[in-house]
Design a protein around this ligand. Structure first.
Ligand SMILES: C[S@@+](CC[C@H](N)C(=O)[O-])C[C@H]1O[C@@H](n2cnc3c(N)ncnc32)[C@H](O)[C@@H]1O
Length: 251
């Protein structure tokens, strides 16, 4: 169920595949800070007590079937990378109890926020991978993920930092492997340059089909797409976000 390499853009992605297929420590840092102010006492307790219960641990060898993380054996598993404060993830998890969710985030204060939300809403269908998303992407089983959200990833606007952008051929290549045919990839950004970059890379990938038919399709947030703190900040600063939906094509 891996991505097709027979079509043109596949060749250019071979290098990315070679890089991303090696289950090793990522060589380059893609994210900003891991820690802010110390979380409040209640949140610290959740980090000590709740986080170990719902943390994703990678297997010693082989790939991870994400459904095995949930005793309820969900219909599908959806993945959110860089969930920030977890507003979108918690809301989706509450709306979809039949789905298992994996949230990935490196920023401890964001993880603490999500833990508080999980406890407040009594959510049993979220697991957290508190490390670099690339480590998890390398190990998820092929065709095991039903939907992926990467909302407002850091834009790294300086040209010399573009190589840190999360949306890149190596990431798209891994996503195409772990996503089921027909699965949806949702991206958002408020940065015009990153928007052009996302579209360039995702539409060049042979396994992803951009679903927009008119500007209205990407200028407005669909009703089943809860807002995030970052989106609110962007709007308050006068920046209009874009909401992109791609289909993982069938082989
Ligand atoms: C600009 S914030 C957006 C947060 C959230 N999605 C929102 O819309 O409010 C980007 C987030 O991605 C996280 N992040 C960046 N690179 C990451 C990586 N390689 N693995 C996991 N998280 C990452 C950062 O820690 C940060 O919280």
């Amino acid at each position: 169920m891996g991505p097709s390499l027979s079509r043109g853009a596949g060749e250019g992605l071979l290098t990315a595949f070679a890089m991303s297929d090696a289950p090793s420590q990522p060589s380059r840092r893609l994210y900003g800070r891991r820690r802010g102010r110390p979380p409040r006492e209640g949140r610290q307790r959740l980090q000590q007590e709740l986080l170990p219960q719902i943390s994703v641990t990678l297997p010693q060898a082989g790939s991870l079937d994400p459904k095995t993380l949930f005793p309820s054996r969900p219909e599908a598993v959806w993945l959110e990378i860089g969930f920030g404060g977890g507003e979108h993830l918690a809301e989706q998890a509450e709306r979809h109890p039949e789905i298992g969710f994996i949230g990935v985030e490196v920023f401890e204060n964001g993880i603490a926020r999500l833990l508080a939300e999980i406890a407040r809403r009594g959510l049993a269908n979220i697991r957290i991978f508190a490390d670099d998303a690339r480590l998890l992407l390398d190990r998820l089983a092929p065709g095991s993920i039903g939907r992926v959200f990467i909302l407002f990833p850091d834009p790294w606007p300086k040209r010399r930092h573009h190589k840190r952008r999360l949306i890149a051929p190596a990431t798209l290549y891994r996503l195409a492997i772990i996503m089921q045919p027909g699965a949806e990839l949702r991206l958002a950004t408020d940065d015009r340059d990153y928007l052009a970059w996302m579209l360039e890379h995702a539409t060049a990938h042979p396994d992803f089909l951009w679903l927009a038919r008119s500007p209205a399709d990407w200028r407005g947030r669909p009703p089943d797409w809860p807002t995030t703190r970052y989106e609110e900040k962007a709007r308050a600063a006068g920046r209009a976000p874009a909401f992109l939906r791609f289909l993982r094509r069938s082989a």
